[in-house]
Design a protein around this ligand. Structure first.
Ligand code: FAD
Length: 284
């Protein structure tokens, strides 16, 4: 390590003042990405602004028909929350399967979303669940938030304060993890909206399918969404595949294999939602 300043503000306003005073400063959340990159000299901030002392960035709360999760909420808290397990079961399952217990006890949803790793799990949940990323300055819909590999719509020195999700008791996430890191080679999140009568809504956005790990950034599979709106069964999407040419190909998996995994993971997520609807105790 090399020397750098360390500040632990107690409010978002104080953090912003520090960030504006030190243009080479970086925000520190769980440190699960930032500290390793500093050790490897891939990042060299002049100062770390530790967000852990800001009370308003913590907590999970219901706000009408939405659940708002503070940016500094750790993955383990999301996995354990009874509100999230009931109203967003796929998100709780996703958080429970990130990395290992150490990573889950330190890593935060705000840090993961800001980092926008193309292999991170949360982007699929945010896009499929039509979430909103709240910052100190504005609200950004998930569909336009992730703009590329490690790139987002955030301005420099914009602080994520929380992420809010509509209630979606019918949602599921399936990933094929890299056995070493647990990052997804492919992760598919599916969310299904119901109308007030509890019926599947026959509107174009009633089913959303979002894929992470397979491309340079999270993306939706509209063909699957359309097919699932017509018939919510695994068979409805068994013949739909994403073009392999557009997918990542690396030492872990080629594009063809990732394309195959997208269809398989999506079919499993649909089966999970069907099973959970008939027996809610089966929610993964
Ligand atoms: C061994 C290992 C295994 C992992 N496995 C997985 C996995 O399976 N799936 C997965 O999705 N992830 C995985 N991760 C990543 C982990 O989930 C962390 O959440 C992620 O690294 C970033 O979150 P953090 O809170 O640690 O952020 P930090 O590392 O502290 O920060 C990351 C970046 O976000 C910025 N930032 C942080 N908070 C904010 C904010 N509120 N507003 C604006 N910018 C902010 C920081 O300045 C920094 O640039 C793994 C990490 C490790 C080390």
């Amino acid at each position: 390590m090399y020397s750098f300043g360390y500040f632990r503000p107690s409010s978002v306003e104080e953090a912003l003042t520090k960030l504006n005073e030190a243009p080479e400063a970086k925000m520190l959340a769980g440190g699960q990405t930032l500290l390793p990159t500093m050790k490897q000299r891939l990042a060299r901030p002049s100062d770390l602004i530790d967000l852990a002392g800001i009370e308003s960035l913590r907590g999970i709360r219901r706000e009408g028909h939405r659940i708002r999760i503070g940016a500094m909420v750790r993955h383990s808290k999301i996995a354990e929350s009874s509100d999230i397990r009931q109203s967003l079961p796929g998100l709780a399952a996703l958080a429970a399967d990130i990395g290992d217990p150490q990573v889950r006890n330190l890593g935060t949803i705000g840090g993961s979303v800001a980092n926008a790793d193309p292999a991170a799990d949360y982007p699929a949940a945010l896009v499929a669940l039509d979430a909103i990323v709240h910052t100190h300055a504005r609200d950004l819909p998930a569909d336009t938030f992730f703009t590329g590999m490690f790139e987002t719509a955030l301005d420099e020195r914009e602080i994520i304060t929380g992420i809010s999700f509509p209630l979606r008791p019918l949602c599921a996430y399936r990933k094929f993890p890299n056995p070493a890191s647990r990052y997804p080679l492919v992760g598919v999140f599916i969310a299904r909206a119901l109308n007030e009568a509890g019926d599947h809504e026959r509107v174009s956005d009633a089913v959303r399918v979002a894929v992470t790990g397979a491309g340079s950034s999270v993306f939706r599979v509209r063909e699957m969404e359309k097919a699932l709106c017509e018939s919510f069964t695994p068979e409805a999407i068994s013949e739909i595949s994403v073009a392999a040419d557009d997918l990542n190909s690396d030492i872990h998996a080629g594009g063809e294999y990732r394309a195959h995994l997208i269809t398989v993971m999506a079919m499993r997520a649909v089966a999970d939602i069907i099973a959970a609807r008939s027996n809610p105790s089966l929610v993964r």
